[in-house]
Design a protein around this ligand. Sequence first.
Ligand code: NAP
Ligand code: GDD
Length: 324
Amino acid sequence: MKTAFITGITGQDGSYLAELLLLKGYKVVAMKRRTSLISTDRVNHLMDNKNFHMVYGNLNDSGCLHRLLIEHKPDEIYNLAAQSHVRVSFETPEETTEFVAMGTLRLLEAFRNTCPKARFYQASSSEMFGDNPEHPQRETTRLTPASPYACAKVYAHNLCRNYRESYGLHISSGILFNHESPRRGETFVTRKITLAAARIKLGLQDKLYLGNLDAKRDWGFAGDYVAAMWMMLQQDTPDDYVVATGETHSVKEFLDAVFEHAELDVNEHVEISERLFRPHEVPLLLGDPSKAEQAMGWKPKVKFSGLAKMMYEADLEFVRKESV
Ligand code: NAP
Ligand code: GDD
């Protein structure tokens, strides 16, 4: 039985990845940090699985990372933990850099020192392409990060390549474009829209405040994307891969798709708030996933309109249950 070690288990991707690995027969050792409120909603359904082990840890704590890797001897390490909100990174740049950049360095050092035969996945991001107008973006596109979050991800991404080349370690980075799901954090724009639409539909909310509606993103489904993470670590040779749908849509298009499906009027319920704009915007992300498709046979199954409907329907159900 293979053992996988996952950081960021309480997040969207951690929960889908853990489900996938358990289905594949892995023992999953999942690291969570201590929080004052319970944060395990996305993985509570896995707690009774005898192959699922939740352990406390923090990317801030080198000693703890070393101890966990020595104790559990993983075959695969998936580094998903991050302060992952781009706008928040402008407000907490040091904390973001500490977790995203230095946290990755600490985990890489623990990996290199304790279990160098393991394989390592790094959660890199399309946000690293920033305001580079060249598109579609691929593995070779120049990185011009446009937020403290993206700058920290670029550091972590480069460090992974450097450790791979310097020490011959099996480290792969997935340059994942935006991926969403009913488990997406409530402050990311897609989930903010689907949750608000569901509440408006059920008469529990009237207004939805949004920022820049013109930004375009290549949005896919998180369940599809965690499969690409696993596939990367099954390759003989480590490498970096863009994971995307190859389609881009504006925030306005996502909003319209959801409101149309919900039979709601955007003009009646949506207002623009300057407060929600960013100091620096990434105007357009569009990925070219052809390398992942050719090398690993990876293809996204869920596309834009299916995703919008899936998320709205799930939120309608969620809000109905919450309000009884
Ligand atoms: P998410 O929902 O925000 O989850 C982030 C996870 O990291 C949470 O479990 C969080 O724990 C944990 N975490 C934060 N700081 C930590 C620390 N210091 N020590 C240990 N754990 C910590 O993010 P996601 O959407 O699942 O994304 C997973 C990874 O992929 C992230 O690295 C993100 O930057 C990257 N990524 C995401 C996307 C996307 O579109 N979703 C695209 C490209 C790259 P708490 O629950 O305690 O906060
Ligand atoms: N969050 C948010 N809230 N975004 C808004 C809002 C709002 O009210 N109104 C407009 N937007 C716009 C943002 O300005 C941005 O252009 C776009 O919606 C998407 O914002 P987010 O959903 O917050 O995602 P992101 O693209 O900034 O970052 C996500 O994707 C990255 C990959 O490209 C995160 O998951 C990152 O962790 C990830 O690396």
